[in-house]
Ligand binder design. Structure first.
Ligand SMILES: NC(=O)c1ccc[n+]([C@@H]2O[C@H](COP(=O)([O-])OP(=O)(O)OC[C@H]3O[C@@H](n4cnc5c(N)ncnc54)[C@H](OP(=O)(O)O)[C@@H]3O)[C@@H](O)[C@H]2O)c1
Length: 387
């Protein structure tokens, strides 16, 4: 059978039995009990930045579905052993090197996932490679969205979105200022998105929110994990713990990427978990998994500023509308509590090996602002009428 007689792979995905013209190697069971008919030719993917948080999860998902996967990174020491064990190939590549990128992409890739596209210039470097790729995914961010007042997630003032944010929500204006800055991150992402989407090529822009998973940099759950490890007897939560910011499990993003691989298109999709736990719920998820019990101190507006702040403290909570992703076929692998368990295990296991271990992205400045135990204890010692 020649490749031209194969049905488009988009029709092969999880929708029952064999097509009349599809060459099949055999049936493989799906987790949900359905049956997959797998094309004889192994599908090929390149994940740029595949040794990091999202890229690793995407690579693992594709490998387990039988894909041939190459991942790129600059440092071979960052290659996850589980990716090597599962058969991934590591390509050492600087994302900004056009010649190296062309060699890494090669020809005939079914899927290209770019986790390292932060600027319009980087998008332009990628563009010439996309004509030979069947489906491409650019990982953007919900940081592009602005509210009615122009505020975004990195503004000094938290954005106030009145309802779940759809892909039609206004975004920051595109910009080319330094991207690793509060005003530059979202603006440069918008500019990069526009370069890719304006090409009309089958590029899907994914906009995740706060991503969690093994290798997160930084893992925001460390805020509560470390408190549990330190046997803190109380946890303080600003805004009564009601603030929230939609989490996006790397494993759920990977599930959406696999759908996009099967259904190429030029589009934007929010990528987030099926639920939006608030700070109080997240603290409880962490404490429960670690078998730790603490007093929950739910702080009102009159509490000192910064006391009880946590990484999800946004009021009203920031919620991404994932209707479009679901309509395309996105089925999350689990809710927040299910999917965050692996990250918590990773954190706890590392501390068990080395008590002084600190996760990536938790520099001394971050640590001192996240873990102001002295300030908390001083406030707790003060007598007050009611708490
Ligand atoms: N993490 C979040 O909460 C979050 C939220 C929203 C959006 N996003 C977006 O998601 C994307 C991926 O984020 P992530 O958290 O998965 O990142 P990450 O864990 O920091 O991983 C980054 C990956 O890219 C590689 N890399 C970095 N610079 C590179 C370069 N110049 N050339 C080639 N490879 C390079 C890294 O490996 P080496 O260092 O070895 O090169 C690593 O494999 C980013 O575009 C980010 O904007 C992330």
């Amino acid at each position: 059978m020649t490749p031209s007689t194969l049905r488009p792979l988009a029709q092969d995905w999880g929708i029952g039995g064999p097509g009349g013209t599809l060459s099949v190697a055999g049936r493989r069971p799906y987790p949900n009990g359905r049956t997959e008919w797998k094309a004889r030719a192994m599908r090929s993917a390149l994940v740029i930045g595949g040794t990091g948080l999202i890229g690793r999860a995407v690579a693992l998902r594709l490998l387990s579905a039988g894909w041939n996967v190459s991942v790129s990174g600059r440092d071979p020491r960052r290659m996850p052993t589980e990716l090597t064990a599962a058969g991934a190939e590591l390509v050492l590549l600087d994302r900004d090197d056009p010649a190296g990128l062309a060699v890494a992409v090669g020809t005939g890739r079914d899927l290209l996932v770019d986790c390292v596209c932060f600027t319009a210039a980087q998008a332009r470097v990628l563009l010439p490679q996309l004509s030979s790729v069947r489906s491409a995914v650019m990982i953007s961010s919900k940081a592009v969205y602005i509210d009615d007042a122009g505020n975004h997630i990195n503004s000094a003032s938290s954005p106030r979105f009145k309802k779940p944010v759809t892909e039609q929500q206004p975004t920051m204006k595109p910009g080319d200022m330094p991207y690793a800055t509060p005003e530059g991150y979202g603006a440069n992402k918008v500019a990069a998105e526009q370069v890719l989407l304006d090409s009309g090529l089958p590029v899907t822009v994914l906009r995740p929110s706060k991503v969690h998973g093994r290798r997160a940099n930084p893992p925001r759950e460390w805020f509560f994990v470390k408190r549990a490890l330190d046997r803190r007897r109380s946890v303080l939560l600003a805004g009564r713990g009601e603030g929230g910011d939609h989490p996006s499990a790397a494993a759920n993003i990977a599930a959406l990427v696999e759908v996009v691989a099967e259904r190429p298109g030029c589009r934007i999709l929010n990528a987030a978990d099926p639920d939006v736990p608030n700070g109080l719920t997240i603290s409880r998820v962490v404490a429960a998994q670690m078998g730790h019990i603490w007093h929950e101190i739910l702080l009102d507006e009159d509490a000192p500023h910064d006391l009880g702040w946590h990484p999800w403290h946004h009021s009203p909570p920031i919620v991404l509308d994932t209707t479009a992703a679901q309509a395309l076929g996105y089925r999350p692998v689990g809710n927040y509590a299910d999917t965050v368990a692996d990250e918590i295990d990773w954190l706890v296991d590392n501390v068990a090996v080395d008590a002084a271990w600190t996760p990536p992205g938790i520099d001394p400045e971050t640590a001192s602002s996240w873990f102001n135990y002295a300030g908390e204890d001083e406030w707790l010692r003060k007598p007050r009428v009611s708490r």
